[in-house]
Design a binder for this molecule. Structure first.
Ligand SMILES: [Zn+2]
Length: 105
């Protein structure tokens, strides 16, 4: 599978607490435009999602910038999320969550 067809990321504690998945800036073009609704399928269920942003100063006060994210509920740090484009339509994405081994009982 080509890299550009999939967005995969390990969840950090920041993402767990915020209830979202950060979208790295260089992969932003993988997703629909900021603020545009699209369908996200998880375990056969569809829901609406969209790319949102918030202002951030993690690089210091001299380098204000934005972070981009998609809201996803019930993630734990250490989980791996994989988001794929549904090849049949450009506005539907498939979300897969691989639970961190430590969490599963
Ligand atoms: Zn930042």
């Amino acid at each position: 599978m080509r890299m550009k067809d999939v967005y995969s990321k390990k969840i950090t504690s920041e993402e767990e607490q915020g209830g979202y998945v950060i979208i790295l800036k260089d992969r932003l073009s993988f997703f629909p435009t900021l603020g545009r609704r699209f369908q996200m399928l998880q375990n056969g269920r569809s829901r609406r999602a969209m790319v949102e942003s918030y202002p951030c100063s993690c690089r210091g006060p001299g380098l204000p910038h934005s972070h981009f994210f998609v809201r996803v509920n019930a993630l734990n740090s250490g989980d791996r999320v994989t988001i794929r484009k549904d090849s049949k339509s450009g506005t539907r994405f498939l979300l897969q969550v691989q639970r961190h081994p430590r969490r599963s009982t």
